[in-house]
Design a binder for this molecule. Structure first.
Ligand SMILES: Cc1cc2nc3c(=O)[nH]c(=O)nc-3n(C[C@H](O)[C@H](O)[C@H](O)COP(=O)(O)OP(=O)(O)OC[C@H]3O[C@@H](n4cnc5c(N)ncnc54)[C@H](O)[C@@H]3O)c2cc1C
Length: 388
C-alpha cells in the first residue's frame, strides 16, 4: 500500500488497539447481530472503556483530548474489518460533533462524558419520509410554549435509531421561512411522546439498526435548543462536510481491502490449468482498481489534512464523497465478479461488502446532490472585498 504521512506512532498504536478490539469483541459475534439487526448495548460500553469513542473530545468533557486523526483510524479500521454493525462512526462523526461544536457549556457537560463512555448512544434525526435530499422541506415542528418546545413529527432511516439515548433533531421552529426556519434540538429518548418505529430491514449493513422515529407532543426544555433558533440549517451544512469526508474515508478503505482480498483469492483459484490471476482480464481489472484506489487514497488523505487544518470546503468533501463512493460501488462489483459464485455467498466478505456498498451513493447526500454542490461552486461569483 502507498506510504502515508498523516499518522504518528501514537496513531499506529491506537490502530492496533482498534484491531484487537474488533477481533475480540466484534468478529466472533457479527454474524449473530446481522440476524437480529442490531448490536448489543454492552458493546458500546466496552468500546467506551477501550477509549474508542469521542477520542478528540477535550479531557474536561471526559475525552482523551486527542486529535481527530484518532477518529479517522477508527473509521478506517471498522471499514477494513467489513463489520458495519456498530454505528460508532455515526456517533463519533455525525452526532458528537454537533454537541461539541455548538452545545452550551451545560449541554456539553451533560452529554459528552456519557457519549465518550458509551453509556449514551447518539443518533442524528434529519431525514423524513418526504424530505431527504430536500432537507429544507422537513415537516417536523417545534413550537415554543413558555420555557419549553413541543415537538411533533416523524423521522426515517435514522442510524442507531433503536439503540439511541439521545437524538440531535432537526425541526422547524418557523414553517414559512425555508432553511432559516430550521432549528436543532437535543432530545432525550426518555421523553414522553417519543416512540421508536420499526427497525428497518435493509439491503446491507444488516447488523446496524436503522429506524423510524416518532414525536408526538414531545415537550423538551427550551435549554435543549442546540445552537441559535433558526440556525439549524447552517449548522447541518457545516457538519455534513465531516460526515461526507467520513464516508469517503470509509469507501477508500473498503476499496483497498476488497482489492487485497481479490488479489489473494485470484492467486489461489485454479482453472484451465492456471490460476485466475494469470488471465490478462484479471490483471487488467485489478490494475485499474489499484490505480483508482491509489488516486482515491491521495485525494482522501489530502482532504483529511485539510480537515485537520479546518480548511476542508463543502465542495472538496462533496467531490471526495461523490468520486470515492462511486469507485467503491464499482470496485466491489468488479471484485465480486472474480469470486464467481463464491462471491455471491454471504460467508464471503466480498458479498457483504457488495451489499453494504450501495448505500454510500445515497446516504449523507446522494451523488447527484454532491454533483449539484460541485456544479454550483463552479459558477459562484468570487467574493469581493468590501470597499474600505
Ligand atoms: C442506511 C441508511 C442510513 C441513514 N442514516 C441516516 C441518519 O442517521 N440520519 C438521517 O437524518 N438520515 C439518514 N439517512 C437518510 C439519507 O441521508 C437519505 O436517504 C438521503 O439523504 C436521500 O434522501 P431520500 O432517501 O429521501 O431520497 P430522495 O431525496 O427522495 O432522493 C431520491 C433520489 O433522487 C435523486 N436526487 C435527489 N436530489 C437530486 C438533485 N438535487 N438533483 C438530481 N437528482 C437528485 C437521487 O438519485 C436520489 O438518490 C440514512 C439512509 C440510509 C439508507
Amino acid at each position: 500500500m502507498m506510504q502515508r504521512t498523516l499518522f504518528s506512532a501514537e496513531h499506529d498504536q491506537f490502530r492496533d488497539t482498534v484491531r484487537r478490539f474488533i477481533d475480540a469483541e466484534i468478529a466472533p459475534y457479527h454474524a449473530d447481530w446481522e440476524k437480529v439487526g442490531v448490536v448489543p448495548r454492552e458493546l458500546w460500553r466496552k468500546a467506551g472503556a477501550a477509549g474508542l469513542l469521542g477520542c478528540s473530545i477535550p479531557e474536561e468533557y471526559g475525552g482523551a483530548g486527542a486529535d481527530a486523526l484518532f477518529n479517522v483510524v477508527l473509521v478506517e479500521e471498522m471499514a477494513r474489518s467489513g463489520f458495519t454493525g456498530p454505528g460508532f462512526p455515526v456517533h463519533n462523526e455525525m452526532v458528537v460533533p454537533y454537541i461539541h461544536a455548538f452545545g452550551t457549556e451545560e449541554q456539553k457537560r451533560a452529554w459528552l462524558p456519557k457519549m465518550v463512555s458509551g453509556e449514551v448512544i447518539g443518533s442524528l434525526g434529519m431525514t423524513e419520509p418526504h424530505a431527504g435530499s430536500d432537507l429544507r422541506n422537513i415537516h417536523t415542528r417545534a413550537v415554543r410554549r413558555g420555557d419549553a418546545y413541543v415537538i411533533n413529527g416523524q423521522k426515517v432511516f435514522i442510524s442507531n435509531g433503536q439503540l439511541c439515548d439521545v437524538i440531535v433533531l432537526a425541526a422547524k421552529t418557523e414553517t414559512d421561512s425555508g432553511p432559516a426556519g430550521i432549528s436543532l434540538f437535543i432530545v432525550e429518548a426518555t421523553r414522553a411522546g417519543f416512540k421508536r418505529g420499526r427497525n428497518l430491514d435493509k439491503l446491507g449493513m444488516k447488523a446496524q439498526d436503522t429506524s423510524e422515529l416518532f414525536f408526538e407532543d414531545v415537550r423538551i426544555p427550551a435549554s435543549n435548543l442546540l445552537g441559535p433558533e433558526g440556525g439549524g440549517f447552517k449548522l447541518m451544512m457545516k457538519n455534513l462536510v465531516q460526515e461526507r469526508l467520513t464516508q469517503a474515508i470509509r469507501s477508500a478503505t473498503v476499496v483497498e481491502t476488497v482489492l487485497e482480498q481479490t488479489i489473494a483469492y485470484t492467486a489461489e483459484r485454479k482453472m484451465f490449468g492456471q490460476t485466475l490471476a494469470d488471465f490478462q482480464n484479471t490483471q487488467f481489472k485489478l490494475a485499474e482498481i489499484k490505480t483508482e484506489a491509489t488516486i482515491a487514497r491521495v485525494f482522501v488523505d489530502h482532504c483529511i489534512a485539510l480537515f485537520m487544518q479546518g480548511q476542508l470546503s463543502g465542495t472538496d468533501a462533496a467531490m471526495a464523497k461523490m468520486w470515492v463512493s462511486t469507485l467503491h460501488g464499482r470496485a466491489v462489483d468488479e471484485c465480486l465478479q472474480l469470486f464467481g459464485g463464491w462471491g455471491y455467498m454471504w460467508e464471503y466478505p466480498i458479498a457483504r461488502a457488495y451489499a453494504d456498498a450501495r448505500v454510500t451513493r445515497i446516504a449523507g447526500g446522494s451523488i447527484e446532490v454532491m454533483k449539484q454542490i460541485i456544479g454550483r461552486s463552479l459558477f459562484e461569483k468570487p467574493k469581493r472585498k468590501p470597499v474600505p
